[in-house]
Ligand binder design. Structure first.
Ligand code: ZN
Length: 351
């Protein structure tokens, strides 16, 4: 395993950022290669600790000559966001300098060719970081971007072109759900990882062996040793299932039995009023149409000071907010409905 340090120039003199990259060299050129990164949204740490738990497993495999494909690992992909604190609160989702979401604005290349990456010399630091992360990842057969939600189940976003071919990965990782999407106009890292392959010949795209996914490892507070260990085992099983790592002692994962739904089935449930949220449901709950989801206390102690929010259709609660203060119009939760949402928001991955 080799460690190297990446450096990203800051936007002013005397400021620069750095992050480590770990590379395991595979012994078989024909084997699939893998790229894993975590904490692109810099405060989302379940993936960071799962990589911390995965590394000794890979080092053991390397010592035993079982690493077949190249593996590149970036445990903390966003040194800019990692350093952003505003009045004591960590701000890892948006770049404070540009107000741009760290997981938007990645270049959507016409082909998987790093020569097509835009020149970011005169861009902003976050653009340089995004370009470099894409450069590090392009060319790998398997690209995993580890995030987490507010409070939620473990789930994957997957482009429709990779499903059901990626069902073995979902099973290996032991996630609860898969959300399928088919258009990214905002430039998420996942979108930038799969879009270049949508426009090239099938023999280049190789969707049978390609993996690109945003992994949502539950909620932001689910930074936990036992979960990290289980998630590391899931990542390891995926690498074995796809032939990146050889491990004959590992049994196959079986078929994926979790929930699979298109993005358009998700109801985000914007809050009708601002106030304190009293949730009636939690991630994993199955709800019927018309079931009470939450009560917003917007005028405490007053008649009519509470507003209830009901399920527009039957489905499963995928996520909810981690904080209980809400503004009118902010999303209360993600309900994966049994059919298309009446206010389906196309495209955007809300991760
Ligand atoms: Zn995220």
């Amino acid at each position: 395993m080799q460690k190297s340090i990446e450096r990203i120039a800051g936007d002013s003199e005397g400021v620069s950022y750095e992050f480590p990259v770990f590379r395991f060299g595979g012994t078989d050129k024909a084997a699939s290669s893998a790229y894993l990164q975590a904490a692109l949204h810099a405060g989302e740490l379940p993936g960071v600790v799962s990589i911390d738990a995965l590394m000794p497993m890979l080092e053991k495999a390397e010592a035993e000559g079982r690493i077949k494909g190249n593996i590149t690992i970036v445990p903390q992909a966003n040194p800019i966001g990692r350093a952003q604190y505003h009045f004591g609160e960590h701000q890892g989702r948006f770049h404070l300098g540009t107000r741009t979401n760290f997981n938007r604005g990645f270049p959507l290349l016409a082909a998987p060719d790093v020569e097509l990456l835009p020149d970011t010399t005169l861009g902003t630091a976050d653009q340089r970081l995004k370009s470099r992360l894409l450069q590090l990842s392009i060319g790998h057969d398997i690209v995993l971007d580890l995030h987490c939600d507010d409070e939620g189940l473990a789930y994957l976003y997957v482009h429709t072109s990779l499903w059901p071919a990626m069902a073995d990965c979902a099973a290996a990782m032991g996630v609860d759900a898969v959300v399928l999407w088919d258009e990214d106009t905002d430039g998420t890292f996942e979108g930038a990882s799969i879009t270049p392959y949508l426009k090239v010949p099938a023999e280049v795209a190789r969707f049978d062996r390609r993996v690109a996914t945003t992994v949502e490892y539950r909620g932001i507070l689910d930074v936990d040793g036992a979960l990290a260990g289980a998630d590391a085992e899931g990542l390891y099983r995926l690498l074995v299932a796809r032939g990146v790592v050889l491990d004959q002692a590992l049994s196959t994962s079986g078929s994926f039995a979790g929930l699979v739904a298109p993005l358009e089935n998700i109801d985000m449930m914007p809050a009708p009023r601002a106030g304190a949220v009293l949730y009636k449901v939690k991630p994993g709950d199955r709800v019927a149409k018309g079931a009470l989801l939450a009560t917003i206390v917007h005028a405490p102690g007053e008649a009519g000071g509470r507003t209830q929010v009901f399920a527009p259709q039957a489905g499963i609660i995928l996520t909810r907010r981690s904080r209980r203060i809400i503004r009118a119009g902010e999303d209360l939760l993600k309900l994966v409905g049994d059919s298309k949402s009446a206010d389906a928001r196309s495209g955007t991955l809300e991760d």
